[in-house]
Design a protein. Structure first.
Length: 510
């Protein structure tokens, strides 16, 4: 009888890099377009063609490594990985085998809120990695170790159209990739999806990749098996490698299905782990199940050899230092700082750090404003609503952080009301004028002179004796109506707080 089981997952994330050219030739690195129009003898692997390393390729690989807390190799090389697929024009892939560019990194994931019986540390969730090291960081994060990040080229794309034929588009051949390989530290399908989501966010932040899953910029292979305790004995199921998962939902659903499938397989015929054996699975999203594609008996199948056409090379200290500088503050650290420095809620901090550009835009606005929380509210409630409606990013908006800071300060100094602020904001977007200019043009600036407001209140009371009589008879709701008359007489310019205080003073003396 099965007493309990643990899910063990390791991920391999393939990410295309944002270089101008392909990895080893001068062909444009671009998504889509007419098939087979961005190819050359090098990326097609034609006889006599000689690959040459793109410097930007290595630089972006190093930036990714620094962002994911890796050590960057000072000496590395490329290798050939042989296998025969229709979309692999050369019959081998240029990659890195035993000397990858980046090693020994990690990503800290925020804790997932599991049901009480599955909390980290409970029976169904591992809290230690395979070295016995604690994976729990400060009771807030779970650490996933990264074994390596290596450089390699992408392959072509198979097009399976209606009918009896398939076609190959070789435009993607030679596109620069990094492959991020984790240790088997992930303990649930939900964590696997969160890991990929976190890596996508980090690599987008440091401008290494677009990270568009729908375009294939980022894909994940999930290696999954189970530790099963039965009658006091521990068993390990064979590893399944689920290939080319291209959405967070697909990762979670495919791993969830595979857990159930491996449990059933274990109960049916007790298949156990073999270090030299792995099953490659595909994910049929329509049917909601994994399907066997092939089996691997050994890595000898790939026949790795040193790439003879590219010399081993050194990575300079200058390149590594430049890569570290380009990383800067990462999203989780920025969120933590925003919550502390600007008194933002979790939701507000997450929204304002959703892209690096938005976070920097907000910080500039906050630095120019007297109330950063009010500034954040204007961006969140007004500006982002407009951007979402127009399907624009913060880089496309014409107003500057100074516009928002000045609008925030106008509210903070009681120069305008919140209702007037919405009108100023709309005019600001339409004309790109500064708030102070709009407020002056429209004569909106609030009257904060206590003597002027006192005169307005007296005039309202003198003109409405019935309202005063009603107030004396206990109809307190008349106070709001009188305030409305004060604002009307002042054309909306009276400082509401001062006007309320003065009105209440006179009513209290009746």
């Amino acid at each position: 009888m099965i007493e309990k089981y643990e899910v063990v997952i390791g991920c391999e994330i393939h990410t295309q890099l944002l270089t101008k050219t392909k990895a080893f030739c001068a062909c444009e690195n671009k998504y889509g377009g007419m098939p087979d129009t961005r190819v050359c003898p090098v990326c097609l692997g034609l006889p006599g063609a000689m690959p040459r390393i793109s410097q930007g390729y290595v630089e972006l690989g190093a930036v990714a490594g620094q962002a994911l807390n890796c050590n960057i190799a000072r000496f590395t090389k490329f290798d050939r990985k042989h296998y025969f697929y229709p979309d692999l024009a050369k019959g081998y892939q240029i990659t890195q085998y035993d000397l990858p560019l980046c090693t020994d990194g990690y990503v800290d994931l925020p804790f997932i809120h599991y049901p009480k019986d599955e909390q980290p540390g409970g029976e169904n969730c591992r809290t230690k990695n395979f070295k016995g090291e604690d994976c729990i960081i400060d009771n807030k994060y779970r650490r996933v170790r990264i074994e390596r990040i290596h450089l390699e080229e992408d392959v072509g794309k198979s097009l399976h159209l209606q009918g009896a034929h398939s076609y190959i588009d070789y435009n993607r051949c030679g596109t620069p990739l990094i492959e991020i390989v984790t240790k088997p530290d992930i303990s649930s399908p939900e964590e696997a999806a969160l890991f990929m989501q976190t890596v996508q966010e980090i690599l987008r932040y440091v401008k290494v990749t677009k990270g568009n899953l729908e375009e294939g910029n980022m894909r994940c292979d999930a290696n999954i098996n189970l530790n099963i305790w039965e009658d006091g004995k521990l068993y390990h199921t064979p590893i399944s490698e689920i290939k080319n998962l291209n959405s967070f939902r697909a990762i979670k659903d495919a791993c969830s299905y595979e857990v159930k499938r491996q449990l059933q397989e274990f109960m049916d015929d007790r298949q156990e782990f073999n270090a030299g054996f792995k099953v490659t699975m595909g994910w049929d999203e329509e049917k909601g199940q994994t399907v066997v594609q092939r089996t691997k008996n050994s890595f000898v199948d790939y026949r790795f050899v040193v790439e003879p056409d590219i010399k081993p090379f050194t990575v300079s200290e200058e390149l590594i230092a430049s890569a570290k500088e380009k990383v800067g503050e990462l999203p989780e650290a920025k969120r933590t700082r925003f919550k502390k420095e600007f008194a933002l809620s979790d939701f507000d901090a997450e929204t304002l750090t959703s892209t690096r550009e938005l976070s920097l835009w907000f910080e500039e606005a906050a630095s120019k404003s007297k109330n950063s929380k009010r500034t954040a509210n204007i961006i969140l409630s007004e500006l982002l609503a407009v951007l979402n409606e127009k399907n624009q990013t913060i880089e496309e908006v014409e107003i500057t952080p100074a516009h928002i800071a000045e609008l925030s300060n106008s509210l903070e100094e009681n120069k305008i009301t919140s209702k007037q602020a919405k009108e100023v904001f709309a005019e600001m977007l339409a004309t790109n004028k500064m708030p102070s200019e709009i407020i002056k043009e429209k004569g909106m600036e609030q009257v904060s002179d206590s003597g002027a407001i006192d005169k307005i209140v007296q005039d309202v009371l003198a003109a409405n004796p019935k309202a005063i009589e009603d107030f004396k008879n206990g109809k307190t709701n008349v106070v709001g109506w009188l305030m409305g008359q004060v604002m009307k007489l002042s054309q909306g310019k009276a400082n509401p707080k001062q006007a309320t205080e003065i009105l209440n003073k006179y009513l209290g003396e009746l």
